[in-house]
Design a protein around this ligand. Structure first.
Ligand code: NAP
Length: 247
């Protein structure tokens, strides 16, 4: 098996950029997608889809596929996958790197409140709020369960979602411009923005729009992940893998 075979735990734009850069640099690349979207944007190189079956399944996959190094390029909120990657890498002694965008930082004029879960975010909205919620499909239930609030939920795919009265679901992929976000917020008379602290430029403009319009933002803080060697750029990650794996 090739000594330069890399498994990227993906599902993000950065993971796709990394796959392209590693293929260009001559690595043998497999990207793993969770299979949660029906029509994912596919990266360069090989792709596998679906869960591994916990840490044991990931350990087996790494052994059977001859993975020389693992890059966790999952979304900052994919805590379980990152935990499994940390455990599997420890057990096998396989190098594990993380590629992750820096979190957004509060700026002058921001009215941010940090929460640690979607439930807490939903509970923090006042009665009568019109929320713009961008936390994805899986955790939208806590908001839809509040019969005293309304709003707009933006996500990639609606799979199996029942949308209650008073809510509009918008299906769109980033990037979103400041103009997009300003007009969405004003058109729907939004009073609160709810988001995950994902970081990165592609989805940041909703925060700029909220700042300009003086709106409160409920921001989900990032979950903790295992401490591993981490990089903020594709170039630095490729450089580190070259040093580790290429002769
Ligand atoms: P999660 O809660 O950390 O993981 C749940 C389970 O899904 C994992 O235990 C694993 O199943 C499977 N899984 C997750 N990522 C996988 C991957 N890249 N390849 C194979 N299996 C994976 O993950 P999540 O938050 O549901 O996110 C799922 C995927 O969506 C991730 O790839 C992530 O990068 C992407 N994503 C997540 C968010 C977000 O807000 N959470 C936003 C954008 C994109 P097994 O235990 O069976 O291996």
């Amino acid at each position: 098996m090739p000594a330069n075979r890399i498994l990227i735990l993906g599902g993000t734009r950065m993971a796709r950029d990394l796959a392209a850069a590693l293929v260009r640099a001559g690595f043998d690349v497999i990207t793993s997608l969770a299979g949660v979207t029906d029509q994912p944007v596919l990266p360069e190189g090989a792709v596998r889809r679906g869960g591994f079956g916990g840490t044991d399944g990931l350990v087996r996959y790494i052994q059977e596929t001859g993975i020389a190094a693992l890059v966790d390029a999952t979304h900052p909120f994919a805590a379980q996958m990152s935990a499994h990657a940390g455990e599997a890498a420890d057990r096998l002694g396989v190098p594990l790197l993380r590629l992750e965008r820096p979190a957004w930082e509060r700026q002058a004029g921001d009215r941010w409140t940090f929460v640690t879960s979607a439930e807490e975010a939903a509970a923090s909205l006042p009665c009568g709020a019109r929320a713009f919620v961008t936390i994805g499909r899986k955790e939208i239930g806590a908001f839809f369960a509040r019969t005293d609030i309304r709003g707009v939920a933006r996500m990639i795919e609606p799979r199996g979602l029942e949308v209650p009265d008073g809510w509009k679901v918008i299906l769109q992929r980033p990037p979103f411009s400041l103009g997009d976000e300003m007009s969405l917020i004003t058109h729907h008379a939004i009073t609160h923005v709810v988001a995950k602290n994902a970081g990165g430029a592609e989805t940041e403009e909703k925060l700029s729009a909220a700042r300009q319009l003086g709106l409160p933002v409920i921001l989900l803080a990032r979950p903790s992940k295992p401490a591993v060697q981490s990089f903020m750029s594709v170039e630095d990650t490729v450089g580190a893998l070259r040093i580790k794996l290429l002769p």
